[in-house]
Design a protein around this ligand. Structure first.
Ligand code: ADP
Length: 501
Protein backbone atom coordinates (compact mmCIF):
# COMPACT_ATOMS: atom_id res chain seq x y z
CA UNK A 1 0.00 0.00 0.00
CA UNK A 2 1.32 3.44 -0.84
CA UNK A 3 0.19 6.04 1.60
CA UNK A 4 0.40 9.62 0.53
CA UNK A 5 1.42 12.00 3.27
CA UNK A 6 -1.51 13.69 4.93
CA UNK A 7 -2.39 17.28 4.28
CA UNK A 8 -2.50 18.50 7.86
CA UNK A 9 -4.91 21.42 8.38
CA UNK A 10 -2.88 24.65 8.98
CA UNK A 11 -4.34 25.35 12.44
CA UNK A 12 -3.26 21.91 13.61
CA UNK A 13 0.14 22.28 12.00
CA UNK A 14 0.67 25.52 13.88
CA UNK A 15 -0.53 23.97 17.14
CA UNK A 16 1.88 21.06 16.70
CA UNK A 17 4.85 23.21 15.72
CA UNK A 18 5.96 23.68 19.33
CA UNK A 19 6.28 20.92 21.94
CA UNK A 20 2.88 20.47 23.59
CA UNK A 21 3.02 21.13 27.32
CA UNK A 22 1.03 19.40 30.06
CA UNK A 23 -1.82 20.86 32.12
CA UNK A 24 -1.10 21.29 35.83
CA UNK A 25 -3.04 23.59 38.14
CA UNK A 26 -4.63 25.50 35.29
CA UNK A 27 -1.32 26.23 33.57
CA UNK A 28 0.38 24.73 30.55
CA UNK A 29 3.84 23.68 31.70
CA UNK A 30 6.92 21.73 30.62
CA UNK A 31 7.94 18.53 32.35
CA UNK A 32 10.01 19.06 35.51
CA UNK A 33 12.77 17.04 33.83
CA UNK A 34 12.50 19.16 30.67
CA UNK A 35 12.04 15.94 28.69
CA UNK A 36 9.72 15.50 25.72
CA UNK A 37 8.75 12.46 23.65
CA UNK A 38 7.80 12.11 19.99
CA UNK A 39 4.35 11.22 18.72
CA UNK A 40 4.08 9.43 15.37
CA UNK A 41 1.70 9.32 12.44
CA UNK A 42 0.94 5.57 12.31
CA UNK A 43 0.16 5.73 8.58
CA UNK A 44 3.72 6.82 7.73
CA UNK A 45 5.75 6.12 10.86
CA UNK A 46 6.92 9.75 10.82
CA UNK A 47 7.01 12.00 13.90
CA UNK A 48 4.23 14.61 13.97
CA UNK A 49 4.66 16.26 17.34
CA UNK A 50 6.64 16.32 20.50
CA UNK A 51 4.97 16.34 23.89
CA UNK A 52 6.11 17.04 27.45
CA UNK A 53 7.06 13.75 29.09
CA UNK A 54 5.55 13.60 32.55
CA UNK A 55 6.94 11.31 35.23
CA UNK A 56 6.78 11.01 39.01
CA UNK A 57 7.74 14.63 39.73
CA UNK A 58 4.98 15.96 37.44
CA UNK A 59 2.43 13.53 38.83
CA UNK A 60 3.32 14.76 42.33
CA UNK A 61 2.66 18.37 41.30
CA UNK A 62 -0.57 17.42 39.53
CA UNK A 63 -1.86 15.47 42.53
CA UNK A 64 -0.97 18.38 44.81
CA UNK A 65 -2.96 20.74 42.57
CA UNK A 66 -5.92 18.35 42.44
CA UNK A 67 -5.84 17.98 46.23
CA UNK A 68 -5.78 21.72 46.77
CA UNK A 69 -8.61 22.21 44.27
CA UNK A 70 -10.63 19.52 46.01
CA UNK A 71 -9.97 20.64 49.58
CA UNK A 72 -10.38 24.38 49.13
CA UNK A 73 -13.01 24.38 46.42
CA UNK A 74 -14.32 26.03 44.38
CA UNK A 75 -15.18 22.86 42.46
CA UNK A 76 -16.49 20.57 45.16
CA UNK A 77 -18.27 23.51 46.85
CA UNK A 78 -19.75 25.00 43.71
CA UNK A 79 -23.52 24.65 43.39
CA UNK A 80 -24.49 21.54 41.43
CA UNK A 81 -26.26 23.62 38.78
CA UNK A 82 -23.19 25.78 38.23
CA UNK A 83 -21.00 22.67 37.97
CA UNK A 84 -23.47 21.10 35.56
CA UNK A 85 -23.50 24.18 33.35
CA UNK A 86 -19.71 24.19 33.05
CA UNK A 87 -19.65 20.48 32.18
CA UNK A 88 -22.35 21.08 29.58
CA UNK A 89 -20.22 23.83 28.08
CA UNK A 90 -17.35 21.36 27.64
CA UNK A 91 -19.67 19.28 25.45
CA UNK A 92 -20.64 22.38 23.44
CA UNK A 93 -17.00 23.33 22.90
CA UNK A 94 -16.18 19.80 21.71
CA UNK A 95 -18.92 20.10 19.07
CA UNK A 96 -17.74 23.59 18.06
CA UNK A 97 -14.26 22.17 17.51
CA UNK A 98 -15.42 18.83 16.08
CA UNK A 99 -13.54 19.10 12.82
CA UNK A 100 -10.23 19.95 14.43
CA UNK A 101 -10.57 17.25 17.08
CA UNK A 102 -11.45 14.64 14.43
CA UNK A 103 -8.41 15.65 12.36
CA UNK A 104 -6.14 15.38 15.39
CA UNK A 105 -7.55 11.96 16.18
CA UNK A 106 -7.05 10.76 12.60
CA UNK A 107 -3.48 12.02 12.54
CA UNK A 108 -2.49 10.67 15.93
CA UNK A 109 -4.43 7.40 16.17
CA UNK A 110 -4.77 6.59 12.46
CA UNK A 111 -8.56 6.16 12.38
CA UNK A 112 -10.52 7.70 9.47
CA UNK A 113 -11.43 11.31 10.18
CA UNK A 114 -15.07 10.81 9.18
CA UNK A 115 -15.37 8.00 11.73
CA UNK A 116 -13.65 10.07 14.40
CA UNK A 117 -16.11 12.89 13.76
CA UNK A 118 -19.23 10.72 13.67
CA UNK A 119 -18.31 8.46 16.57
CA UNK A 120 -15.46 9.61 18.83
CA UNK A 121 -16.16 13.34 18.83
CA UNK A 122 -19.96 13.10 18.85
CA UNK A 123 -20.02 10.58 21.68
CA UNK A 124 -17.40 12.50 23.67
CA UNK A 125 -19.53 15.66 23.52
CA UNK A 126 -22.64 13.67 24.42
CA UNK A 127 -20.90 12.17 27.44
CA UNK A 128 -20.33 15.66 28.90
CA UNK A 129 -23.85 16.76 27.98
CA UNK A 130 -25.39 13.66 29.55
CA UNK A 131 -23.21 13.80 32.66
CA UNK A 132 -23.88 17.51 33.17
CA UNK A 133 -27.50 16.63 33.94
CA UNK A 134 -26.50 14.32 36.78
CA UNK A 135 -24.75 17.11 38.68
CA UNK A 136 -28.12 18.27 40.04
CA UNK A 137 -29.53 14.77 40.58
CA UNK A 138 -27.10 13.06 42.91
CA UNK A 139 -29.35 12.38 45.86
CA UNK A 140 -29.14 10.58 49.17
CA UNK A 141 -32.05 9.01 51.05
CA UNK A 142 -33.83 9.37 54.34
CA UNK A 143 -33.82 5.99 56.03
CA UNK A 144 -36.15 4.89 58.83
CA UNK A 145 -34.03 3.19 61.52
CA UNK A 146 -34.99 1.02 64.50
CA UNK A 147 -31.99 1.83 66.76
CA UNK A 148 -32.73 -1.21 68.92
CA UNK A 149 -30.01 -0.41 71.46
CA UNK A 150 -31.58 2.98 72.22
CA UNK A 151 -35.19 2.13 73.05
CA UNK A 152 -37.56 5.07 73.18
CA UNK A 153 -35.18 7.48 71.47
CA UNK A 154 -36.16 9.08 68.19
CA UNK A 155 -33.75 9.60 65.27
CA UNK A 156 -33.72 10.84 61.75
CA UNK A 157 -31.15 9.24 59.42
CA UNK A 158 -30.07 10.34 55.99
CA UNK A 159 -27.38 9.58 53.48
CA UNK A 160 -25.31 12.16 51.66
CA UNK A 161 -23.44 11.25 48.48
CA UNK A 162 -20.02 12.89 48.52
CA UNK A 163 -17.27 13.01 45.90
CA UNK A 164 -14.60 10.42 46.52
CA UNK A 165 -11.84 13.06 46.24
CA UNK A 166 -8.75 13.14 44.06
CA UNK A 167 -9.03 10.67 41.20
CA UNK A 168 -6.19 9.27 39.09
CA UNK A 169 -7.36 8.23 35.63
CA UNK A 170 -5.30 6.28 33.10
CA UNK A 171 -6.55 5.81 29.54
CA UNK A 172 -5.50 3.93 26.37
CA UNK A 173 -4.93 4.94 22.76
CA UNK A 174 -7.84 3.31 20.90
CA UNK A 175 -10.38 6.14 21.48
CA UNK A 176 -8.16 8.88 22.92
CA UNK A 177 -10.73 11.67 23.15
CA UNK A 178 -13.72 9.47 23.96
CA UNK A 179 -11.91 7.62 26.75
CA UNK A 180 -10.95 10.98 28.25
CA UNK A 181 -14.63 11.99 28.10
CA UNK A 182 -15.84 8.71 29.64
CA UNK A 183 -13.46 9.27 32.53
CA UNK A 184 -13.66 13.03 33.07
CA UNK A 185 -17.45 13.39 32.66
CA UNK A 186 -18.53 11.40 35.72
CA UNK A 187 -15.57 12.50 37.87
CA UNK A 188 -16.45 16.15 37.27
CA UNK A 189 -20.18 15.78 37.72
CA UNK A 190 -19.70 14.18 41.13
CA UNK A 191 -17.35 17.00 42.23
CA UNK A 192 -14.08 15.08 42.16
CA UNK A 193 -10.79 16.54 40.96
CA UNK A 194 -8.66 14.64 38.49
CA UNK A 195 -5.18 13.79 37.30
CA UNK A 196 -5.53 12.21 33.85
CA UNK A 197 -2.61 10.23 32.41
CA UNK A 198 -3.14 9.92 28.66
CA UNK A 199 -1.64 7.17 26.48
CA UNK A 200 1.87 7.82 25.21
CA UNK A 201 0.82 6.78 21.66
CA UNK A 202 -2.02 9.31 21.39
CA UNK A 203 -1.79 12.30 23.76
CA UNK A 204 -2.86 15.06 21.35
CA UNK A 205 -6.67 15.21 21.39
CA UNK A 206 -6.85 15.06 25.19
CA UNK A 207 -4.38 17.96 25.42
CA UNK A 208 -6.61 19.97 23.09
CA UNK A 209 -9.58 18.93 25.24
CA UNK A 210 -7.69 20.33 28.23
CA UNK A 211 -7.68 23.75 26.55
CA UNK A 212 -11.44 23.50 25.98
CA UNK A 213 -11.97 22.46 29.61
CA UNK A 214 -10.26 25.64 30.81
CA UNK A 215 -12.22 27.67 28.26
CA UNK A 216 -15.45 26.20 29.60
CA UNK A 217 -14.63 27.60 33.04
CA UNK A 218 -13.35 24.60 34.98
CA UNK A 219 -11.25 26.12 37.81
CA UNK A 220 -7.47 25.61 38.04
CA UNK A 221 -6.36 22.29 39.47
CA UNK A 222 -9.68 20.49 38.93
CA UNK A 223 -8.46 18.75 35.76
CA UNK A 224 -4.74 18.07 35.33
CA UNK A 225 -3.54 16.25 32.23
CA UNK A 226 -0.15 14.56 32.24
CA UNK A 227 1.13 12.79 29.13
CA UNK A 228 3.85 10.21 29.75
CA UNK A 229 4.69 6.54 29.79
CA UNK A 230 2.91 3.80 31.70
CA UNK A 231 5.82 2.50 33.76
CA UNK A 232 6.76 6.01 34.92
CA UNK A 233 3.86 8.50 34.97
CA UNK A 234 1.14 5.82 35.02
CA UNK A 235 2.72 3.79 37.80
CA UNK A 236 3.44 6.94 39.87
CA UNK A 237 -0.23 7.92 39.62
CA UNK A 238 -1.57 4.46 40.47
CA UNK A 239 0.56 4.24 43.62
CA UNK A 240 0.38 7.89 44.72
CA UNK A 241 -0.54 8.03 48.43
CA UNK A 242 -2.68 11.16 48.03
CA UNK A 243 -4.90 9.74 45.28
CA UNK A 244 -8.23 8.44 46.61
CA UNK A 245 -9.30 6.42 43.60
CA UNK A 246 -7.83 5.06 40.39
CA UNK A 247 -9.90 4.54 37.23
CA UNK A 248 -8.14 2.60 34.51
CA UNK A 249 -8.96 1.53 30.96
CA UNK A 250 -6.49 -0.71 29.16
CA UNK A 251 -5.18 -4.23 29.02
CA UNK A 252 -6.04 -6.87 31.60
CA UNK A 253 -2.30 -7.33 32.21
CA UNK A 254 -1.77 -3.69 33.17
CA UNK A 255 -5.08 -3.75 35.09
CA UNK A 256 -3.47 -6.29 37.41
CA UNK A 257 -0.46 -3.97 37.92
CA UNK A 258 -2.83 -1.10 38.73
CA UNK A 259 -4.58 -3.17 41.38
CA UNK A 260 -1.21 -4.09 42.92
CA UNK A 261 -0.04 -0.48 42.92
CA UNK A 262 -3.30 0.73 44.45
CA UNK A 263 -3.42 -2.02 47.05
CA UNK A 264 -0.86 -0.54 49.47
CA UNK A 265 -3.21 2.32 50.36
CA UNK A 266 -6.35 0.29 49.53
CA UNK A 267 -7.44 2.91 47.02
CA UNK A 268 -10.77 2.40 45.33
CA UNK A 269 -10.22 1.03 41.81
CA UNK A 270 -12.42 0.73 38.74
CA UNK A 271 -11.18 -1.14 35.66
CA UNK A 272 -12.31 -1.44 32.08
CA UNK A 273 -10.14 -4.16 30.55
CA UNK A 274 -9.88 -6.58 27.66
CA UNK A 275 -12.35 -8.80 25.87
CA UNK A 276 -12.73 -11.67 23.44
CA UNK A 277 -16.38 -11.19 22.70
CA UNK A 278 -18.57 -13.88 21.13
CA UNK A 279 -20.86 -12.88 18.28
CA UNK A 280 -23.47 -15.58 17.62
CA UNK A 281 -25.47 -15.83 14.39
CA UNK A 282 -28.44 -18.21 14.39
CA UNK A 283 -29.72 -19.89 11.23
CA UNK A 284 -32.91 -17.80 11.30
CA UNK A 285 -31.11 -14.43 11.31
CA UNK A 286 -31.55 -11.79 8.63
CA UNK A 287 -28.35 -12.67 6.77
CA UNK A 288 -27.76 -9.33 5.14
CA UNK A 289 -27.94 -7.56 8.50
CA UNK A 290 -25.95 -10.23 10.29
CA UNK A 291 -23.12 -10.29 7.74
CA UNK A 292 -22.77 -6.50 7.76
CA UNK A 293 -23.07 -6.55 11.56
CA UNK A 294 -20.45 -9.23 12.04
CA UNK A 295 -18.10 -7.32 9.73
CA UNK A 296 -18.52 -4.08 11.66
CA UNK A 297 -18.39 -5.91 15.01
CA UNK A 298 -14.79 -6.95 14.42
CA UNK A 299 -13.41 -4.40 11.97
CA UNK A 300 -14.73 -1.13 13.44
CA UNK A 301 -11.73 0.89 14.69
CA UNK A 302 -9.45 -1.74 13.06
CA UNK A 303 -10.48 -4.28 15.70
CA UNK A 304 -8.87 -2.05 18.33
CA UNK A 305 -11.93 -2.17 20.58
CA UNK A 306 -12.05 -3.97 23.91
CA UNK A 307 -15.59 -5.05 22.95
CA UNK A 308 -14.77 -6.17 19.36
CA UNK A 309 -16.86 -9.15 18.22
CA UNK A 310 -13.73 -11.23 17.69
CA UNK A 311 -15.13 -14.77 18.05
CA UNK A 312 -17.85 -15.44 15.48
CA UNK A 313 -20.12 -18.46 16.01
CA UNK A 314 -22.38 -19.26 13.06
CA UNK A 315 -25.03 -22.01 12.76
CA UNK A 316 -23.68 -24.64 10.40
CA UNK A 317 -26.35 -24.40 7.67
CA UNK A 318 -25.39 -20.77 6.99
CA UNK A 319 -21.72 -20.88 8.02
CA UNK A 320 -20.11 -20.78 4.55
CA UNK A 321 -22.46 -18.08 3.33
CA UNK A 322 -21.80 -15.88 6.36
CA UNK A 323 -18.02 -16.20 6.54
CA UNK A 324 -17.67 -15.76 2.78
CA UNK A 325 -19.96 -12.73 3.03
CA UNK A 326 -17.88 -11.22 5.84
CA UNK A 327 -14.65 -11.93 3.93
CA UNK A 328 -16.07 -10.33 0.76
CA UNK A 329 -17.04 -7.18 2.68
CA UNK A 330 -13.68 -7.14 4.45
CA UNK A 331 -11.85 -7.33 1.13
CA UNK A 332 -13.66 -4.20 -0.02
CA UNK A 333 -12.64 -2.07 2.98
CA UNK A 334 -10.35 0.65 1.70
CA UNK A 335 -7.17 1.08 3.72
CA UNK A 336 -5.36 4.42 3.78
CA UNK A 337 -4.36 7.49 5.73
CA UNK A 338 -6.92 8.58 8.29
CA UNK A 339 -6.96 12.08 6.82
CA UNK A 340 -7.74 10.89 3.25
CA UNK A 341 -11.43 11.24 2.42
CA UNK A 342 -11.89 7.78 0.93
CA UNK A 343 -10.19 5.85 3.74
CA UNK A 344 -12.40 3.32 5.51
CA UNK A 345 -9.73 1.75 7.70
CA UNK A 346 -6.45 3.28 8.82
CA UNK A 347 -3.26 1.73 10.14
CA UNK A 348 -2.89 0.12 13.55
CA UNK A 349 -1.78 2.63 16.15
CA UNK A 350 1.90 1.72 16.49
CA UNK A 351 4.76 -0.55 15.50
CA UNK A 352 4.28 -2.43 18.78
CA UNK A 353 0.66 -3.19 17.87
CA UNK A 354 1.62 -4.07 14.29
CA UNK A 355 4.17 -6.61 15.54
CA UNK A 356 1.72 -7.97 18.09
CA UNK A 357 -1.13 -8.47 15.63
CA UNK A 358 1.05 -9.90 12.84
CA UNK A 359 2.59 -12.19 15.48
CA UNK A 360 -0.91 -13.57 16.16
CA UNK A 361 -1.48 -14.03 12.41
CA UNK A 362 1.75 -16.05 12.19
CA UNK A 363 0.72 -18.11 15.21
CA UNK A 364 -2.68 -18.80 13.60
CA UNK A 365 -0.98 -20.01 10.43
CA UNK A 366 1.40 -22.25 12.40
CA UNK A 367 -1.50 -23.79 14.33
CA UNK A 368 -3.45 -24.54 11.14
CA UNK A 369 -5.99 -21.72 10.83
CA UNK A 370 -6.88 -20.67 7.28
CA UNK A 371 -7.33 -17.01 6.23
CA UNK A 372 -10.31 -16.31 3.94
CA UNK A 373 -9.03 -12.77 3.48
CA UNK A 374 -6.10 -10.72 4.74
CA UNK A 375 -3.75 -12.88 6.80
CA UNK A 376 -0.55 -10.85 6.73
CA UNK A 377 0.64 -7.35 7.55
CA UNK A 378 1.26 -5.14 4.54
CA UNK A 379 4.80 -4.13 5.50
CA UNK A 380 6.16 -0.72 4.51
CA UNK A 381 6.46 2.35 6.67
CA UNK A 382 2.88 2.51 8.02
CA UNK A 383 1.33 -0.07 10.34
CA UNK A 384 -1.33 -1.52 8.03
CA UNK A 385 -2.89 -4.93 8.64
CA UNK A 386 -5.77 -5.90 6.32
CA UNK A 387 -9.03 -7.21 7.75
CA UNK A 388 -8.58 -10.95 8.31
CA UNK A 389 -11.11 -13.77 8.71
CA UNK A 390 -9.71 -17.05 10.08
CA UNK A 391 -11.52 -20.38 9.77
CA UNK A 392 -10.53 -24.00 10.57
CA UNK A 393 -9.68 -22.86 14.08
CA UNK A 394 -9.61 -25.04 17.22
CA UNK A 395 -10.82 -23.84 20.63
CA UNK A 396 -7.32 -24.05 22.14
CA UNK A 397 -5.50 -21.98 19.52
CA UNK A 398 -3.86 -18.76 20.72
CA UNK A 399 -5.85 -16.74 18.15
CA UNK A 400 -9.06 -18.07 19.68
CA UNK A 401 -8.05 -17.75 23.34
CA UNK A 402 -6.22 -14.42 23.49
CA UNK A 403 -7.30 -10.86 22.83
CA UNK A 404 -5.60 -9.77 19.57
CA UNK A 405 -6.79 -6.14 19.58
CA UNK A 406 -6.56 -5.97 15.80
CA UNK A 407 -8.67 -6.68 12.68
CA UNK A 408 -8.69 -10.46 13.09
CA UNK A 409 -11.86 -12.53 13.31
CA UNK A 410 -11.98 -16.23 14.19
CA UNK A 411 -15.11 -18.01 12.94
CA UNK A 412 -16.50 -21.36 14.12
CA UNK A 413 -19.65 -23.27 13.10
CA UNK A 414 -22.14 -24.70 15.64
CA UNK A 415 -24.98 -27.18 15.16
CA UNK A 416 -27.60 -26.35 17.78
CA UNK A 417 -28.38 -23.58 20.23
CA UNK A 418 -27.63 -25.71 23.27
CA UNK A 419 -25.59 -25.78 26.46
CA UNK A 420 -22.46 -26.57 24.48
CA UNK A 421 -22.81 -23.38 22.42
CA UNK A 422 -23.40 -21.22 25.49
CA UNK A 423 -20.47 -22.89 27.27
CA UNK A 424 -18.18 -22.23 24.30
CA UNK A 425 -19.33 -18.61 24.01
CA UNK A 426 -18.58 -18.17 27.74
CA UNK A 427 -15.32 -20.12 27.48
CA UNK A 428 -13.00 -17.14 27.97
CA UNK A 429 -11.40 -15.29 30.87
CA UNK A 430 -13.20 -12.18 29.62
CA UNK A 431 -16.83 -11.05 29.89
CA UNK A 432 -17.18 -7.66 28.27
CA UNK A 433 -19.67 -7.92 25.41
CA UNK A 434 -21.50 -10.29 23.07
CA UNK A 435 -23.76 -10.22 20.02
CA UNK A 436 -26.73 -12.42 19.10
CA UNK A 437 -28.38 -12.35 15.66
CA UNK A 438 -31.74 -14.09 15.22
CA UNK A 439 -35.17 -13.53 13.69
CA UNK A 440 -36.62 -14.92 16.91
CA UNK A 441 -36.05 -12.20 19.50
CA UNK A 442 -37.42 -14.29 22.36
CA UNK A 443 -34.81 -16.92 21.65
CA UNK A 444 -32.12 -14.27 21.34
CA UNK A 445 -33.09 -12.94 24.78
CA UNK A 446 -32.83 -16.44 26.25
CA UNK A 447 -29.27 -16.63 24.94
CA UNK A 448 -28.52 -13.08 26.14
CA UNK A 449 -29.56 -14.02 29.67
CA UNK A 450 -27.05 -16.87 29.75
CA UNK A 451 -24.04 -14.97 28.42
CA UNK A 452 -21.66 -13.87 31.17
CA UNK A 453 -20.94 -10.43 29.73
CA UNK A 454 -21.64 -6.84 30.74
CA UNK A 455 -23.24 -5.98 27.39
CA UNK A 456 -25.27 -8.02 24.91
CA UNK A 457 -26.32 -6.59 21.56
CA UNK A 458 -29.23 -8.32 19.79
CA UNK A 459 -29.40 -7.77 16.01
CA UNK A 460 -26.93 -4.91 16.36
CA UNK A 461 -23.39 -4.32 17.62
CA UNK A 462 -21.24 -1.46 18.94
CA UNK A 463 -24.29 0.53 20.02
CA UNK A 464 -22.98 2.81 22.76
CA UNK A 465 -24.82 5.48 24.64
CA UNK A 466 -23.84 7.81 27.46
CA UNK A 467 -26.96 6.59 29.30
CA UNK A 468 -26.06 2.88 29.07
CA UNK A 469 -23.72 1.25 31.58
CA UNK A 470 -20.73 -0.48 29.99
CA UNK A 471 -18.21 -2.77 31.65
CA UNK A 472 -17.10 -6.28 32.23
CA UNK A 473 -17.82 -9.53 34.01
CA UNK A 474 -14.86 -11.74 34.97
CA UNK A 475 -11.42 -10.43 33.98
CA UNK A 476 -12.90 -7.66 31.81
CA UNK A 477 -13.06 -5.31 34.74
CA UNK A 478 -14.53 -3.85 37.91
CA UNK A 479 -17.41 -1.39 37.87
CA UNK A 480 -19.23 0.24 35.00
CA UNK A 481 -18.59 3.26 32.79
CA UNK A 482 -21.39 5.62 31.72
CA UNK A 483 -25.04 5.77 32.68
CA UNK A 484 -26.17 6.29 36.26
CA UNK A 485 -24.08 3.25 37.14
CA UNK A 486 -20.74 5.06 36.73
CA UNK A 487 -21.55 7.62 39.43
CA UNK A 488 -20.97 5.08 42.21
CA UNK A 489 -17.34 4.80 41.04
CA UNK A 490 -16.82 8.40 42.14
CA UNK A 491 -19.04 8.74 45.22
CA UNK A 492 -18.78 7.88 48.88
CA UNK A 493 -21.93 7.35 50.94
CA UNK A 494 -22.09 9.15 54.27
CA UNK A 495 -24.82 8.17 56.75
CA UNK A 496 -25.80 11.00 59.14
CA UNK A 497 -28.02 10.27 62.12
CA UNK A 498 -29.56 12.95 64.35
CA UNK A 499 -31.22 12.36 67.69
CA UNK A 500 -34.48 14.23 67.91
CA UNK A 501 -35.83 15.98 70.98
P1 ADP B 1 -2.54 -1.23 25.45
O1 ADP B 1 -2.09 -2.66 25.49
O2 ADP B 1 -3.87 -1.03 24.83
O3 ADP B 1 -1.47 -0.26 25.06
P2 ADP B 1 -2.03 -0.75 28.16
O4 ADP B 1 -2.81 -1.41 29.23
O5 ADP B 1 -0.63 -1.15 27.92
O6 ADP B 1 -2.93 -0.87 26.90
O7 ADP B 1 -2.04 0.83 28.35
C1 ADP B 1 -3.17 1.56 28.75
C2 ADP B 1 -2.69 2.74 29.59
O8 ADP B 1 -2.02 2.24 30.73
C3 ADP B 1 -1.69 3.67 28.89
O9 ADP B 1 -1.97 5.01 29.28
C4 ADP B 1 -0.37 3.21 29.45
O10 ADP B 1 0.62 4.22 29.46
C5 ADP B 1 -0.75 2.85 30.87
N1 ADP B 1 0.16 1.91 31.54
C6 ADP B 1 0.93 0.95 30.99
N2 ADP B 1 1.65 0.31 31.93
C7 ADP B 1 1.34 0.88 33.12
C8 ADP B 1 1.73 0.66 34.48
N3 ADP B 1 2.62 -0.26 34.81
N4 ADP B 1 1.18 1.44 35.44
C9 ADP B 1 0.26 2.38 35.12
N5 ADP B 1 -0.14 2.63 33.88
C10 ADP B 1 0.38 1.91 32.88
Amino acid sequence: ITVTRAVVPPAIKAWLSTARPMLIDGKWVKAQSGKTFDVFDPATGEPIASVAEGDKADIDLAVKAARRAFASGPWSRMTPSERGRIIHRIGDLILENADELASLEALDNGKPKAVAKAADVTLAADMFHYMSGWATKIEGKTIPISALAAPGAEFVSMTRMEPIGVVGQIIPWNFPLLMAAWKLGPALTTGCTVVLKVAEETPLSALRLGELILEAGVPAGVVNIVPGFGETAGAALAEHPDVDKVAFTGSTEVGRLIVQAASRDLKKVSLELGGKSPNIILGDANLELAIAGATAAIFFNHGQCCNAGSRLFVQRNIFDKVVEGVAAQADKIKLGHGLSDDTEMGPLVSKVQYDRVTGYLASGRREGARALCGGEGLGGAGYFVPPTVLVDTKPNMKVVREEIFGPVLVATPFDEVDDALIAEANNTIYGLAAGVWSGNTGRAHQIANRLRTGTVWINCYHVFDAALPFGGYKQSGWGREMGQAVLSNYLETKAITTRLG
